[in-house]
Design a protein around this ligand. Structure first.
Ligand code: FAD
Length: 471
């Protein structure tokens, strides 16, 4: 069938050829695009594609590249092999394949990250020129960024007001897949999937957890059964696996937050409430980035524009490698390098250490995280960093300087987390591991001494803040 040509589909409806282009929605369950494309195609087989775009691969780092590869291979199984892998610059590949394949509509979920939104505008324009419809249905969020507004119609500046309005706004129930959905066969170029398999072994990639929808749903069920009840009290404990660890799946849309919210709805209690709040943080940061795309590379709030920062150098390198001499910081940075993931509390402590103890501007740390996180997400990472640095949405911004030792004693009380990631300290019992300088054999196995004095650098940070505020 040539482009624009129609035929009669299985249900006697006029058939068009619809294409679903998956990006941050690498799943089959709860995917409203499928129903939209099915409707458009009049029951004729829908072509489902993913574009392996060098733009993504260049910005991802080994961990996230390998995670994407594992997720794609699992996704192929979700679609019973009926998934076409395209390669190249999506702005060129999608219009070319749509044109050549007689596609009449391309279905996507709305992308609101600045780069992706830009790409989509280009693709939609190119498709428009060849008469192919561009249809956006849903987004990677429960509520599409930009929709939760203040009474005056503007964006929310603080999390608490956003979260309240987000709950009031509400979200749809999970989407059902049409019972008679038909999928077009895989038309990938020869060798395309073999190239994905090679990406699994990207040099430097860490050992990864099981990928794909089945694994993600299993992890979610296990979390609901074992950890939800204690989540509100245990989530800050670095030594316990008390959080869902779903962020890598949410990153690529293997699970949709709508699915999680629907499962939480019938469960009363503080655990469910707290988990909903954490999902709201993800939505808030996406909303902030949507309204302020410039915040990807510069301070959200200009208040600290005059701040004096130190350059990248030996201290930053010690931070990157987990050799600062502060056990909790080093454990976190080594967990990141070893697994591509880090506990949220430890992300805050390590980010505070870089920005407040080493006086380094947050984008240097944010880039390192993005290079190494499996769940590396532009909105959550940028605004997690800006929150800690005091340039973002924290209502009590710069004065908060985490004490890395006290944080260790509170959130890793028996020291198990540090011992797991810092073998040079494994011989120290209990919470002594957070203060090796107090033990006669604290440095017996080559652990580095502290690169700075925290009390001095805290004073220095606050002094610089004072100067910046009066600059
Ligand atoms: P859970 O506690 O089980 O929470 C469930 C889900 O809620 C998470 O998977 C995540 O989607 C969302 N969530 C929880 N806390 C936050 C938060 N503070 N901000 C936004 N969403 C949240 N998260 C990312 O997904 N990608 C990132 O690149 C990222 N970078 C961060 C950088 C810094 C400096 C900080 C302080 C936080 C960052 N976060 C990031 C947020 C948070 O650390 C992770 O989402 C969380 O640790 C993931 O673990 P989990 O899935 O077990 O979380």
């Amino acid at each position: 069938m040539s482009r624009g040509e129609t035929s009669v589909g299985p249900a006697g409806r006029i058939a068009m050829t619809a294409m679903v282009w998956l990006r941050r929605d690498l799943r089959r369950a709860d995917l409203p695009l499928l129903a939209a494309a099915h409707e458009h195609s009049g029951g004729a087989p829908v072509k489902v594609v993913f574009v392996l775009d060098p733009v993504f691969l260049e910005g991802a780092g080994a961990a996230r590249t390998a995670w994407l590869a594992a997720t794609l291979l699992a996704l192929r199984q979700s679609y019973e092999g009926r998934l076409t892998l395209l390669e190249g610059d999506a702005t060129e590949v999608i219009p070319r394949v749509a044109s050549a394949g007689g596609i009449t509509s391309v279905h996507v979920s709305t992308e609101t990250e600045p780069g992706g939104a830009d790409r989509d505008r280009q693709v939609a324009r190119a498709l428009g020129r060849v008469g192919v419809e561009w249809v956006e249905t849903g987004s990677p969020y429960a509520v599409t960024p930009g929709r939760v507004r203040t009474k005056a119609g503007g964006p929310h500046g603080t999390f608490s007001s956003f979260a309240r309005t987000w709950v009031e706004h509400g979200w749809r129930a999970p989407a059902e897949e049409p019972a008679d959905l038909a999928l077009a066969p895989d038309a990938s170029d020869q060798g395309a999937w073999a190239r994905v398999e090679r990406l699994l072994r990207a040099p430097g990639a860490p050992e990864l957890p099981p990928a794909g929808e089945v694994a993600a749903h299993e992890r979610w069920s296990q979390f609901l059964a074992d950890d939800l009840d204690g989540y509100s009290t245990q989530r800050d404990r670095a030594d316990l696996a008390a959080t869902s660890q779903l962020s890598p799946h949410l990153k690529f849309g293997v699970l949709h937050p709508r699915t999680l919210l629907a499962d939480l709805a019938p469960r009363p209690g503080q655990g469910a409430e707290r988990f909903r709040t954490e999902l709201a943080w993800r939505e808030f940061y996406a909303d902030v980035l949507h309204h302020h795309p410039g915040s990807l590379t510069g301070d959200l709030r200009p208040a600290l524009a005059g701040m004096a920062y130190d350059p990248d150098g030996d201290h930053v390198e010690a931070w990157r490698r987990g050799r600062t001499g502060f056990p909790l910081v080093d454990a976190g940075m080594r967990q990141l390098l070893a697994t591509g993931w880090m506990h949220n509390r430890v992300r805050m402590v390590t980010a505070s250490f870089l920005t407040k103890d080493l006086h380094v501007w947050w984008p240097i740390g944010a880039q390192w995280f993005l290079d190494h996180l499996v769940d590396g997400d532009l909105a959550s990472n940028t605004h997690g960093w800006q929150w800690v640095a005091g340039t973002g949405t924290d209502a009590a911004p710069y004065f908060r300087v985490f004490n890395p030792v006290k944080q260790g004693l509170t959130h890793d009380p028996q020291g198990d987390y540090v011992r797991r990631w810092v073998p040079e300290l494994a011989h120290l019992a209990g919470d002594l591991v957070h203060q090796p300088w107090e033990a006669s054999d604290g440095y017996a196995h080559g652990y580095p001494t502290r690169i700075i004095d925290h009390a001095d650098e805290r004073r220095e940070a606050l002094a610089r803040l004072e100067m910046a505020r009066h600059a």
